[in-house]
Ligand binder design. Structure first.
Ligand code: NAD
Ligand code: DAU
Length: 361
């Protein structure tokens, strides 16, 4: 049975990936989820899988060399899927150091531990071992409004925020391991994800949450910055397909040709909420574009991201399956059906879940 070590599996994309993998492979695989549970890590995201015999949660910091080496020593890990990171740009502007610590040093620790466990005496690596580093389109910098300009795998790196600089550094380390040691890895650079279990500091869940509460909807700058939105399950599928069908040592861009200005996203959420809420629902009364408040721009705010997913489509056959109109409805429905989740996250109660579920294990 193949064993996956997933880092950051209690976060947004990591937990969706774990759900996707169990849905696809069921008992054919084993997953070890290593997560230190920062504010962004939430074990409630994994309630459905926590009692599976082929799932293990280990609370550990990816910067803790001894803890990570021990996991590799005690388990025959076949695949690493490395999500763990500090992921929010606004936080990186306020407190850059933790981004360097987790994203750069944490990735170095993961690479070292995997290399140590997988390397043979002749410097080659055990058959079938693979490391996938999950990265972002933000490493490529910012595009202008020319609709024909895209990020390709060959686009030079030009990060602007402390977050994207730390992700770019971690990508460079992975590239260095591949070049120097022929370390068996891939890098994926993905565009903005949305879907269930996203922490409500990010645009889409924040707007859904505020709109339902009748609170202001903050739009940075002129609201015309563009992001390329991908439904998170499509990203999970891409990661699996890259590990299954991709060429080792390659980078694959993952995105959806689904570019939207931020203001369009905010208005779509308001319109969709109006559509799905009952007329008798009191939350519907205050839903209008009047809630939109233009606020000071993010420092160094990248104007436009747009991924060209040509390589992953041509080589691997991956394409996004969820169109935005459908994905945003599914996402809103998920938040509706999981109001407790949102309540726990916004009140901080979710941070007690670990003590409740794991302290006696
Ligand atoms: P997230 O912030 O929701 O989750 C991050 C997870 O990592 C959390 O569970 C957190 O507890 C864990 N973590 C943080 N520091 C850790 C440490 N030192 N040791 C162990 N675990 C730690 O992030 P996300 O949005 O799910 O992003 C996951 C990955 O995907 C990140 O590497 C991010 O850069 C990348 N990415 C995200 C997006 C996006 O739109 N969210 C797009 C492209 C790439
Ligand atoms: O592009 C991939 C990246 O997408 C990932 O690497 C990051 O981890 C992820 O956080 C995301 O970064 P962004 O900065 O693009 O996402 P965020 O949701 O923070 O913001 C999306 C856009 O919306 C951005 O242009 C800033 C704007 N924004 C954001 C917030 C939180 C607002 O206008 N108002 C807000 O309140």
């Amino acid at each position: 049975m193949r064993t996956y070590l997933v880092t950051g599996g209690a976060g947004f994309i990591g937990s969706n990936y774990i759900h996707y993998m169990f849905k696809k492979y069921d008992n054919e695989i084993r997953i070890i989820n290593v997560d230190v549970l920062t504010y962004a890590g939430n074990l409630e995201n994994l309630k459905d899988v926590e009692n599976r015999d082929n799932y293990t949660f280990i609370r550990a910091d990816i910067c803790d060399r001894d803890a990570i080496n021990k996991i590799f020593e005690e388990n025959d890990i076949d695949r690493v899927v490395h999500f763990a990171a500090e992921s929010h740009v606004d936080r990186s502007i306020v407190n850059p150091e933790v981004f360097v610590q987790t994203n750069v040093l944490g990735t170095a620790t993961m690479l070292n531990a995997a290399k140590k466990a997988w390397e043979l005496p002749d410097g080659t690596f055990k058959e079938g071992k693979k490391f996938l580093h999950v990265s972002t389109d933000e490493v490529y910098g910012s595009l202008d409004d020319d609709p024909n300009a895209f990020f390709y795998e060959t686009t030079p790196y030009s990060p602007h925020s402390p977050y994207s600089a730390s992700k770019a550094s971690s990508d460079m380390l992975v590239k260095a391991y591949m070049d120097t040691y022929k370390f068996p890895a891939n890098i994926t650079n993905c565009s903005n994800n949305y879907g269930p279990y996203q922490f409500p500091e990010k645009l889409i869940p924040l707007i859904i949450n505020n709109a339902l509460a009748g609170k202001d909807l903050p739009v940075y700058g002129d609201g015309k910055n563009v992001r390329d939105w991908l439904y998170v399950e499509d990203h999970a599928k891409a990661i699996d397909m890259v590990q299954e069908k991709g060429r080792l040592f390659e980078t694959y861009n993952v995105g959806g040709h689904n570019e939207k200005q931020n203001i369009e996203i905010v208005k779509t959420i308001i319109d969709t909420l109006k559509e799905v809420l009952d007329d008798s629902d009191p939350r519907k009364a205050h839903l209008s574009y009047d809630l939109i408040k233009y606020v000071s721009d993010r420092k160094g705010h990248d104007r436009r991201y747009a991924i060209a997913p040509d390589k992953i489509k041509a080589e691997i056959g991956w394409e996004p399956e969820t169109m935005f109109a459908e994905g945003i409805k599914k996402t809103i429905k998920w938040y509706f059906d999981n109001m407790d989740w949102m309540q726990n996250v916004t009140s901080g109660d979710y941070e007690k879940y670990y003590e409740k579920m794991y302290s006696n294990k």
